[in-house]
Design a protein around this ligand. Structure first.
Ligand code: 5GP
Length: 181
């Protein structure tokens, strides 16, 4: 698996340190209250597990799964909810936890959907944000890292369902993509 990686974009240590900082920021902002983390499956599953443990505020976790139509590496903006939340978010402080903000189309859809359910507050924490790529303006209160516009894998992010278990974030060798098509 590691042999398929061309270069490392973020090391395990960099990710760990930044997750602790994000957890501190979130704990400071939500204080003695409580926050409901909504992780978007499957990519954000690993991130939310680490992030939740870095937050000292009372936390609950729920999951949503969405599928975006399009090719393996391109978002089309057409989103379908595959798994909805288990609980109501009405009157609650909600923090959506995303793996990566690319075009922003997935999050735009999700935020519109969630805001119609009357949460007390609705914010976003994304581990990664692709610089200059957002096609729709999204306000992300917490951003782990701004990264260049490259397709990355690892730490929850996949290519054809693989590489999610890499402890770092990296770019695949070009022949891995061509082998897949
Ligand atoms: P958006 O709707 O913002 O364009 O894309 C959001 C979703 O596309 C992410 O949650 C993720 O599932 C997928 N995605 C976007 N960029 C990448 C990338 O560089 N690597 C991987 N593995 N998935 C990505």
């Amino acid at each position: 698996m590691h042999g398929d990686i061309e270069s490392i974009v973020l090391t395990e240590e960099q990710i760990r340190a930044r997750v602790v900082e994000l957890g501190d920021d979130i704990s400071r902002d939500y204080g003695e209250g409580s926050v409901l983390l909504i992780a978007v499956l499957r990519g954000a599953a690993l991130f939310v597990a680490d992030l939740a443990r870095a937050i000292s505020t009372k936390v609950e976790i729920d999951f949503m799964a969405v599928s975006s139509y399009g090719s393996a590496t391109k978002s089309s903006g057409v989103v379908r909810i595959i798994k909805d939340l288990d609980e109501s978010i009405e009157g609650r402080h909600v923090l959506v936890v995303e793996d990566i903000l690319d075009t922003g189309l997935t999050l735009k859809y999700l935020l519109k959907n969630l805001s119609s359910r009357s949460p007390a507050s609705l914010e976003v924490c994304t581990l990664l944000s692709k610089e200059g790529k957002q096609r729709v303006p999204i306000t992300c209160k917490y951003v782990g890292f701004a990264i260049p516009d490259e397709f990355v894998v690892g730490y929850g992010l996949d290519f054809a369902e693989r590489y999610r278990n890499l402890p770092y974030i990296g770019v695949l060798k070009p022949d891995i993509y061509s082998e897949h098509v």
